[in-house]
Ligand binder design. Sequence first.
Ligand SMILES: O=C(O)c1ccccc1NCC(=O)[C@H](O)[C@H](O)COP(=O)(O)O
Length: 262
Amino acid sequence: MTILDKIVARKAIEVAEAKSTISIEDLAKEPLFSRKTVSLSTRLSTVGSSGIVAEHKRKSPSKGIINDQLTVEFVTNGYATAGAAGLSVLTDADFFGGTKEDLHKARVANPDTPILRKDFMIDTYQIYEAKAWGADVILLIAACLSPAQIEELSRKAHEIGLEVLLEIHDEEELQRSPLENVDIIGVNNRNLKNFAENNVNASLALADKIPARIVKISESCISQPETINQLKAVGYKGFLIGETFMKDENPGAKLAEFIAKI
Ligand SMILES: O=C(O)c1ccccc1NCC(=O)[C@H](O)[C@H](O)COP(=O)(O)O
């Protein structure tokens, strides 16, 4: 069983528990549900955008604790002030130490910055949660979803006004994924099955395979500003980065230093 299998198995239990606590109808009555969302794909495509989607990440299965000493407001507000194009907030508790409150607090602290709910989405119920908690974008990971699930989840996300980031690792995942309701494709440089960190080779290899109408981002294992220029040269507009900033005592300041070198 891979780590992804374990996370998804646990997620199914969590979602079943959540459904018995609050209904979709009640999620849709939450104050943030009716908020007008902010487009991450547009921000990433805007001239002058840093392209950095900076992640709030306390811990991870591959690295253990990264930084659990800071408030989510300090981290995300620091990122936004430093020039992040968007924020990514992990809401998975067991494997990443995130919470729904993290997303809600990040939204309140950063009303105008696009926020990705970073979690393992397997059920339309979670799409409603994402909207109710203040997200603008959801993540769909092709490695743990069938084409039918990608189609259903992405359609539902668009129906309720959320953008969709589809994460892939290879060409096979790209080819079998329905892209009609996908706004952004993210190539994850970390192999989620065995944690192999392959620099950004996966992103470089897939750059010209991704349809031009879809905004491309490169995810994970980015630690050097020079890498951003290498990725920009092959068409990437966004760069999802967590650990490089989170391991600093002031992630926002670390991002500002990073952006100054791009
Ligand atoms: O980060 C992990 O260990 C991990 C393990 C299993 C599934 C997902 C995982 N990470 C999710 C991510 O995609 C990253 O948090 C994100 O791309 C930022 O990566 P990094 O800059 O390397 O922290």
